[in-house]
Design a protein around this ligand. Structure first.
Ligand code: BMA
Length: 378
């Protein structure tokens, strides 16, 4: 509750009247954000604008698959649950989902797509935000996202797998089109395909296609979803893995007319206090670039294993990096990866070594959970 009020005060104070008259804050408040889709629905535009406003003061917390399962449990369809809620009594503000294995009944991690759609609708009705990544199989095959093969050029217009790729995108489009709110309005989602392309581990990674081919993959994909399929509820996120310079970050950037969120996936530099400088610099770079491009920056994936972790990782590493400079505080959200089981878990859970410290992370005035959000879709 306390944070909800803080957010509202900030929103009121950063209104246009103040921006026009106040010298010091006008340059900051005047920074705008421009969606790549000029035909985005009213709710999608509102979400983007509100994310941008909130990013000036708060950082939303996100968790992958949080409503579907946690360490030692699977969701009961009749009640909302989450390891995050079990630890701190609040839900994440950002719900991460993955559409790997689209076209089959269950996603790459066993989450039924029908249930996933249900949770996205529930999350929206509660005022939360959903982001959808895509550990895509090679279209038309059951070969995993980690297949290291030159296939991108074959998916593009003129390529021998182009028709197959269109058929896969039809399934993606059907998934997004099925996300409707109570008034029948399309639910906005943040779509984050082709992530971590600055490494070579996925078939869309930098070893397996040229910068031009990677950009064309994005252009074709987003144009197809928007222009051919008529979807205007998609906010796009670009998420390079670790990078050394602005140039490297932007090398394969598809452009402002395709991308809305300048994201970043980084586990390595957030692992411990020793690498905090790299982590801080990475966030400063994406925030600066987001401002230059009139976009929004976000730490789209990070985390450490919760049982082996430094027990104060949440405040001493993650929060400390986020609060390390005026720029780093301006990332819109941080999302930690899934709580698969006792071996793979990135959010605190009741028995984890970091549970107490996670509560302190939640209590910090900068972090924003579902219950702290102002209305995001108006
Ligand atoms: C990886 C791991 C895998 C999972 C994949 C897609 O990082 O979590 O277990 O299958 O993401 O979610």
């Amino acid at each position: 509750m306390k944070r909800l009020m803080i957010c509202w005060i900030v929103l009121l104070m950063s209104g246009p009247a103040l921006a026009a008259n106040d010298g010091a804050s006008s340059s900051r408040d005047a920074i705008s954000c421009v969606l790549s889709d000029p035909a985005a629905t009213a709710e999608t535009q509102a979400l983007y604008r509100n994310l941008h406003k909130l990013a000036q003061e708060g950082v939303l917390f996100g968790h992958q698959d949080t409503l579907a399962y946690g360490v030692g449990w699977k969701a009961d369809p009749n009640k909302l649950d989450s390891d995050v809620y079990r630890v701190c009594g609040k839900f994440p503000a950002v719900f991460g989902w993955d559409i790997g294995h689209i076209g089959t009944p269950r996603n790459i991690d066993g989450v039924p797509f029908e249930s996933m759609k249900g949770w996205i609708r529930k999350g929206y009705e509660k005022g939360g935000i959903s982001t959808v990544s895509w550990h895509a199989q090679i279209p038309g095959t059951t070969q995993s996202a980690w297949t290291q093969q030159k296939v991108v050029s074959r998916l593009l217009p003129g390529g021998d797998m182009h028709e197959t790729y269109r058929a896969t995108l039809d399934q993606v489009a059907a998934f997004f089109a099925d996300l409707k709110g109570p008034r029948g309005e399309p639910i906005p989602v943040i779509f984050r395909p082709f992530h971590e392309h600055t490494g070579g581990w996925f078939w869309w990674g930098n070893k397996w296609c040229t910068p031009e081919e990677y950009k064309q993959l994005w252009h074709f994909t987003i144009d197809y979803l928007r222009k051919t399929k008529g979807l205007h509820n998609i906010i796009t996120a670009y998420s390079p893995d670790r990078f050394k310079s602005r140039e490297e970050y932007l090398e394969r950037y598809p452009g402002d007319d395709t991308i809305d969120i300048l994201g970043h996936d980084n586990y390595g530099a957030f692992r411990s206090a020793q690498t905090k400088d790299e982590a801080r610099q990475a966030l400063e770079t994406i925030v600066a670039l987001a401002e230059e491009h009139s976009k929004i920056a976000a730490l789209t994936e990070t985390g450490v294993g919760q049982n082996s972790a430094n027990a104060t990782w949440w405040t001493d590493v993650l929060l400390d990096v986020i609060k390390s400079s005026p720029a780093t505080k301006k990332i819109a959200w941080v999302l930690v990866w899934r709580n698969a089981d006792k071996r793979q878990n990135y959010a605190a859970f009741p028995e984890s070594a970091t549970a107490e410290n996670f509560k302190a992370f939640e209590r910090d005035p900068i972090t924003v959970f579902l219950e702290d959000l102002p209305p995001m879709y108006k």
